[in-house]
Write a protein that binds this ligand. Structure first.
Ligand SMILES: Nc1nc2c(ncn2[C@@H]2O[C@H](COP(=O)(O)OP(=O)(O)OP(=O)(O)O)[C@@H](O)[C@H]2O)c(=O)[nH]1
Ligand SMILES: [Mg+2]
Ligand SMILES: [Zn+2]
Length: 293
């Protein structure tokens, strides 16, 4: 039996890297194909080398306990989520970023936002961002892969950690990784002229070692993200900026929507970023609809 980490998963085959760095193509035992046990990139596994099967080098027998997992993109055992958005082509989806941050908080992951394609920002708009992002609770890194701006900062934020890069198709996730890590030759796509959307170039999540230590998972883009297993009453805990205010509302079970004497609402536009509070309201509404009475 050998131990390793899944670095790629496609069509029922898993590339498992053993401790020496060697990759083994494996299949999984049936029980590791369903539900919560279904294997994902980042999983640590025990596998049995096989010689008689020409298609694979081993069979995965067991998945070791996970410290955390994201469903979308499906990756396990992370330290950090790097949300990648472009300022233009496609436009930054701030709400999707907040959605990803909620899921990161739920899994106890650190997170930051990387705003790419600063070279495409219309004149004057970059200057407006600080106001929009006043009291934004996550670190924001500005990059242009094309003009090689902000790449050192991105690199520093990734080094030594296991991070997943997630965001819509076409924002430049793969391009940024190629730019910060010489030797990577990740396939990149173009953004359609008409609808300014990416073309889903990256097809599978792939875990890549970083030269300076740590690793990153490049993932396929997505624009839809549903909340699963989140209770309406838990939502405020996944907005870290609310934390100092929790327990200070007039009602103990305040959901910070329309209740009187709400300490959270009082701070919107002051200590709290209004856009983030809008996202909170939107998500709360969505979760309340899912609640079963
Ligand atoms: N102008 C500009 N274009 C960029 C920048 N970064 C990436 N691009 C372009 O954006 C397009 C999409 O880049 P990708 O790296 O394939 O995007 P992705 O996020 O990996 O997309 P998926 O793999 O489909 O999820 C390519 O044409 C890149 O050249 C940038 O900083 N500025
Ligand atoms: Mg890509
Ligand atoms: Zn409140």
């Amino acid at each position: 039996m050998l131990q390793g980490k899944i670095v790629k998963a496609a069509g029922g085959f898993f590339s498992v890297q053993d401790e020496s760095g060697k990759e083994h193509v494996c299949r999984a035992r049936g029980a590791l194909k369903r539900g919560n046990k279904s294997l994902m990139v980042g999983d640590n596994v025990v596998f049995d080398p096989v010689e008689e099967d020409p298609a694979v080098d081993g069979i995965i027998e067991e998945m070791l306990p996970r410290s955390n997992r994201l469903d979308r993109p499906p990756v396990a055992n992370l330290d950090q989520l790097a949300v990648i958005m472009s300022i233009r082509h496609p436009d930054c989806d701030w709400q999707l970023a907040s959605r990803m941050f909620v899921l990161a908080e739920k899994e106890g992951l650190a997170a930051f936002l990387c705003l790419n394609k600063t070279d495409l920002t219309p004149a004057g708009e970059l200057e407006n961002l600080p106001a929009l992002l006043c009291n934004y609770p996550y670190r924001v890194i500005y990059t242009s892969a094309v003009e090689r701006i902000g790449l050192e900062s991105l690199k520093e934020n990734l080094e030594g950690q296991c991070s997943v890069l997630a965001g819509p198709s076409g924002v430049g996730k793969s391009t940024l990784l190629n730019a910060i890590q010489p030797g990577l030759t990740l396939k990149t796509g173009t953004v359609s002229d008409k609808i300014k959307r990416g073309r889903h170039t990256t097809r599978q999540a792939e875990l890549l070692p970083l030269a300076g230590g740590g690793s990153v998972v490049d993932t396929p883009g997505f624009t839809r993200l549903d909340f699963k297993d989140i209770e309406a009453d838990q939502l405020s805990f996944y907005f870290p900026e609310f934390e100092p205010l929790i327990g200070k509302c007039g009602f103990r079970d305040c959901r910070h929507i329309s209740e009187p004497r709400c300490a959270v609402r009082e701070q919107v536009g002051a200590r709290l970023n209004p856009m983030r509070y809008d996202h909170y309201r939107y998500f709360m509404n969505e979760l309340e609809k899912q609640e079963v009475y």
